[in-house]
Design a protein around this ligand. Structure first.
Ligand SMILES: *Cc1c(COP(=O)(O)O)cnc(C)c1O
Length: 399
């Protein structure tokens, strides 16, 4: 028989980690709902938790349904091991608590998901961790910020909402040279468009609430890394309690089975929508890494296999016009979150980057979040229907 070649993305998404119960002829991983397991389990050949190498004990430590989901995600990212959490923030906090202690230093991108920024800016310093922020325009300054107590660099590989693309290859090299860890929140990129570990990152994080699940009906998070790092983060997950429940893990696995199909479609739709918007007279500027006009297009071409499902643009006339436009859409639903099958649209200056979040007008300017900015997270609706909806909304707004 020929040597088995590595499975493609969709085959992995469906079959990796699948644990069947042969007694019943089950064709996919069942939901093991129990909080605790028969202990000690004297059954011969009993399946052990691959992270602890011991029998399952208690679901906050590990559970066969959760294990199956973790194997799938580890395989899709090309990492040795993964952990699944109850939310993206549970994954991010357990990771940072595991890596950092009093007296340590971390360098982070300023352009971050709001609560991650707040965790780094407001919480870690309370525990004696020093944090330096760099802007996406200034990634080259990272080496000069590294100190003897620096333990990690934290970035989002595609930022929200103007979709800066971080050069993960460059930062991975810098981090490895200094024996520190590059942590990449790859939520926007998804494992379909990028595998940060293969580009030199050491830890990958996902808000699995977004693309991995893909249906806007589940909160979940994931971390992928080498086995030792994952064991350390698992220890924090046990203490901080961010484990996912078995139904959540099951739903996440079900969502992941269509990840490749969804993201392939979202890449294509976003690419066409971005090009269409760029031709629109009511649009000042379009942000999409796949466009030649995007400042990071040359990096994106190298580090991404697809440019993702989020497109942002500035509409003529500012924030009030942006709101009017979004309210005029029929298919594009005005809501935060992203990565699901339905198109969601936001005005970031009114949601993630509203002054009440503590962001100043000056910071918004530095982050490039200008008046009239609209973020579109495309779903899997038919392109023609979305364009029609957008066209109608422009007509209503500028009538
Ligand atoms: C949503 C999001 C998070 C937080 O994840 P939750 O699942 O909401 O806890 C972190 N990072 C990015 C980039 C996100 O979009």
């Amino acid at each position: 028989m020929s040597k088995k070649k590595e499975w493609g993305f969709n085959t992995k998404a469906i079959h990796l980690g699948r644990t069947v119960d042969k007694r019943f002829g089950s064709i996919f991983t069942p939901i093991f709902m129990e909080d605790a397991f028969l202990n000690p389990n004297k059954t011969e050949g009993v399946v052990v938790d691959p992270l602890s190498n011991e029998e399952y004990i208690y679901t906050r430590y590990g559970n066969p349904t959760i294990t199956a989901c973790e194997k799938t995600i580890a395989g899709l990212e090309g990492g040795q091991a993964a952990l699944v959490f109850s939310s993206g923030m549970a994954a991010i906090s357990a990771t940072l608590y595991s890596l950092l202690k009093k007296g340590d230093h971390i360098i982070s991108l300023r352009d971050l998901y709001g609560q991650t920024y707040s965790l780094l800016k407001n919480e870690l310093p309370r525990f004696g961790v020093d944090v330096s922020f760099v802007s996406a325009n200034n990634i080259e300054s990272v080496p000069s910020l590294i100190k003897p107590n620096t333990k990690a660099i934290y970035v989002e590989s595609i930022t929200n909402p103007i979709l800066r693309v971080v050069d993960v290859e460059y930062l991975g090299r810098i981090a490895t040279q200094h024996s520190i860890k590059l942590i990449v929140d790859s939520t926007f990129a998804t494992p379909y468009n990028q595998n940060p570990l293969k580009l030199g990152a050491h830890i990958v994080i996902h808000s699995a609430t977004k693309y991995l699940n893909g249906y806007n009906d589940l909160m979940a998070g994931a971390v992928v890394s080498d086995r030792d790092t994952i064991l350390g983060i698992r220890d924090q997950r046990i203490k901080t309690g961010g484990s996912i429940d078995p139904i959540g893990a099951y739903l996440l696995m079900r969502g992941i089975k269509t990840l490749g199909l969804r993201v392939e479609r979202q890449n294509a739709t976003a690419t066409k929508l971005a090009a269409w918007l760029e031709e629109n007279p009511y649009v000042k500027r379009v942000y999409y890494p796949g466009l030649k006009s995007h400042p990071d297009h040359h990096i994106a071409k190298r580090v991404l296999r697809g440019y993702g499902g989020v497109v942002s643009f500035e509409i003529q006339g500012g924030d009030d016009v942006a709101n009017k436009f979004v309210d005029s859409l029929e298919l594009g639903i005005k809501a935060p979150s992203l990565g699901g099958v339905q198109t969601l649209v936001t005005v970031p200056r009114e949601t993630s980057h509203h002054p009440r979040t503590g962001v100043t007008e000056e910071e918004l300017h530095t982050l490039g979040i200008n008046p009239g900015l609209i973020r579109v997270a495309v779903g899997i609706e038919d392109l023609e229907d979305l364009i029609h909806d957008f066209d109608d909304a422009f007509k209503t707004t500028f009538r």
